[in-house]
Design a protein around this ligand. Structure first.
Ligand SMILES: [Cu+2]
Length: 337
């Protein structure tokens, strides 16, 4: 298993520029090039297994920073869209109105009540109506913000459904590993692509990686994060997703990507010398193409995984039944005394 993965990665490294540059390269070509670049028999096997999967090309990049942009990146999850609307239609208008109102008040006071114009200051101290207003209005504004804000917070903590696909993002100094425990437990190691290679392939330099985190689109994903050495943080802005990867701890969050595409992110916790060089590239594919990719990695789909779960469950049931018997026997013994 490990050997196949290694050979596959070697073949991918050798092929990366060609595959990335011409995404609809025929499967036959791929096999041919693989034969030429490595004379190990297993390489052909690996290339054959990968025939169902072609990495998405630069035209499918949906989440990445744009030069000179000041807004959020376009959002490709429900939570992201919710948050973006809250930002655009609630927070920005409220901030703007309050800032302009306070600025206006200040200017009015500065001009109208300056010493030259107003030599004898008024000694008025209380005004019930104004005091009630300036207490109530901010409270109402805060409540109006708190309702969608707490809603968003709660949505971000939603538990993934039982049939969610589990993917474990592991932060290493300084690269990412993506493990697929529901699909045979293989792990993909993802390093930043050298700048020349990325540019040659039409991909963003310092964001493109050799092996992407490939996931099914329109499917609930149970993303788990952990750190192998120090604290990292798995963050992809266009998916409204950021969660720390802490050594000795498993963090978990639900992610559902609405459409196929490539979404870029970066490690967002200062983790050492090459912290800035461990980008994240998420590639969301239609479910069948994702399954082809899993098989190309030597992983498993559906049934086998389900059987494993069933086995574990029946073992649990048996254990519980055993316990029940034990308790019954103890009770009987107690009654006899
Ligand atoms: Cu890091």
């Amino acid at each position: 298993m490990r050997t196949i993965t290694t050979l596959w990665m070697a073949a991918m490294l050798a092929l990366a520029p060609q595959v990335a540059a011409a995404q609809d390269v025929a499967a036959a070509d791929t096999v041919e090039v693989a034969d030429a670049s490595a004379d190990v028999a297993a390489t052909t096997e690996a290339a054959d297994a990968g025939a169902g999967y072609t990495p998405l090309g630069p035209d499918m990049i949906k989440g990445q920073p744009e030069p000179g942009a000041i807004d959020f990146q376009p959002q490709y999850t429900d939570d992201g869209e919710f948050a973006y609307k809250m930002h655009t239609y609630l927070l920005v208008p409220v901030i703007t109105v309050i800032s302009l109102f306070v600025l206006g008040l200040l200017l009015w006071v500065v001009v109208r009540y300056r010493r030259a114009k107003n030599p004898v200051p008024s000694k008025t101290t209380h005004n019930t109506l104004i005091e009630v207003v300036w207490t109530l209005v901010p409270v109402l504004v805060l409540v109006a913000i708190a309702i969608p804000s707490i809603t968003l917070l709660a949505r971000q903590y939603e538990t993934p459904p039982e049939d969610a696909v589990t993917i474990k993002a592991i932060g290493y100094q300084w690269y990412w590993g993506y493990a697929y425990p529901d699909n045979g437990g293989f792990e993909v190691i993802s390093n930043m692509m050298p700048e020349e290679d990325a540019i040659a392939a039409g991909l963003p330099a310092q964001l493109a990686v050799d092996n992407r985190m490939v996931v099914p689109a329109n499917t609930p994903l149970r993303i788990q994060t952990t750190g192998a050495d120090v604290i990292h943080s798995f963050a992809v802005p266009s998916l409204w997703f950021k969660i720390d990867a802490v050594p000795g701890r498993l963090n978990e969050r639900l992610l559902t990507i609405k459409e196929p595409g490539i979404y870029y992110g970066q490690c967002s916790e200062l983790c050492g010398a090459r912290h800035g060089y461990m980008p994240i590239a998420v590639e969301a594919l239609p479910r069948d193409q994702w399954e082809a990719w899993v098989l190309s990695k030597g992983g498993t789909i559906g049934e086998e995984a389900e059987i494993a779960v069933e086995d574990a469950q029946s073992a649990e049931d048996a254990a519980e039944a055993g316990d029940a018997e034990g308790v019954a026997a103890a009770n009987a013994a107690a009654a006899a005394e």
